[in-house]
Design a protein around this ligand. Structure first.
Ligand code: HMG
Ligand code: MG
Length: 302
């Protein structure tokens, strides 16, 4: 299959990336990061998460972040909302999109959101209906679509089953997530071919963590399956607090470098993204987990 001419990159660093940091990051730093990402040209930034601060303390500043970011018209600022408490906070914070997040594995669902897959869909029902009433975009995310840290194998049919349930809730977009980065390209194609039977390909996205160094190859495989939305994280930040050993999402700089080389339009300025990656890495006091980002920064210094 031919590759898409245009790809939407959803920047998830401010949420998926930073949620895993142990040290509390000041809201001002998070706000500057989101503003830099806005200026770099992203059309969708996952900026915050309205979850229990007992479960994910780093996201406790989400209201302040959403209040103080500089919003560019047309840019979608998304937030995670596991239940109505999260949804109400998202409405108050004027989120453009809410994300309900489930899993294709029962074991991970219990660890991450403290309920079964079936119970999670029931909780999401209220959030989904309220999102529709408020005219807020609704996205569904499916963790462990390619493997689970607790139960191991996950079948494409169980991913398809959750896709179908999220479709019935009215999701505008559905993320097929490799939470622990175990997927390889043929597996990616198998899962996407299966879930495309349940939901339109143009509204499916790939959310790849890079734990085993497969994420770019997996994105390429996803593009060959007709998928044109991918999530990535500035400086390769992140991991999931409920998936031990999982590293960050594929780095945005690496994805953009590949897209630029392939002549695929993303509308995003790689140089500005490299600057944002260096900014947050300096704050965190470590080198960015981005090969392209570090190479471009080193080249600039001559
Ligand atoms: P629970 O303990 O079963 O919920 O947690 P509860 O309803 O019994 O509430 C317990 C306490 O949390 C109460 O406070 C609630 O008010 C409070 P208390 O009375 O004890 O003081 N609470 C909240 N506070 C703020 N915002 C809320 C909220 N809800 C309840 N929305 C719950 C269930 C879902 C809340 C919990 O398990 C949770 O917050 N989980 C979030 C886990 C998480 O954020 N994980 C990381 C994001 S998912 C991810 O990274 C994967 C993804 O990137 C895709 C991939 O890579 O796979 C998306
Ligand atoms: Mg993730």
């Amino acid at each position: 299959m031919t590759l898409p001419n245009k790809v939407k990159i959803v920047e998830v660093g401010p949420r998926d990336g930073l949620q895993n940091e142990k040290e509390t990051i000041p809201a001002a730093v998070k706000i500057e990061l989101v503003d830099r990402l806005t200026d770099a040209g992203f059309s969708n930034i996952e900026a915050a998460s309205f979850v229990s601060p007992k479960w994910v303390p780093q996201m406790a500043t989400s209201t302040e972040v959403m209040e103080k970011i500089r919003r560019k018209p047309g840019v979608v600022y998304s937030v995670l909302t596991p239940n109505m408490k999260g949804f109400d906070a998202a409405v108050a914070a004027k989120a453009d999109e809410v994300v309900i997040f489930g899993a294709a594995s029962e074991a991970f669902s219990q660890k991450n959101i403290n309920c079964s897959i079936a119970e999670s869909i029931e909780r999401f029902r209220d959030v989904a209906q309220s999102a529709k009433q408020h005219g807020i975009r609704l996205r569904g995310s499916i963790s462990c679509s390619f493997g689970c840290p607790y139960q191991g194998e996950v079948s494409p049919d169980s991913v398809a089953d959750v896709v179908r349930r999220l479709r019935e809730l009215g999701c505008d977009e559905i993320d097929i997530a490799d939470t622990i980065g175990v997927a390889t390209p043929n597996k990616v194609k198998t899962v996407f071919e299966r879930v495309k039977q349940e939901f339109p390909a143009e509204r499916l996205s790939g959310h790849f963590h890079d734990t085993y160094g497969q994420a770019l190859a997996n994105i390429y495989a996803g593009m060959e399956s007709g998928i044109a939305i991918y999530h990535s994280s500035i400086a390769g930040l992140g991991g999931c607090p409920y998936a031990k050993g999982a590293t960050g999402n594929v780095s945005t700089e690496d994805v953009l470098y590949m897209m630029n080389g392939l002549g695929i339009d993303t509308g995003i300025d790689l140089d500005a993204v490299v600057d944002a990656g260096q900014f947050i890495s300096q704050h965190l006091g470590r080198k960015a987990a981005s090969r392209a980002g570090n190479a471009i920064a080193a080249k600039r210094q001559g």
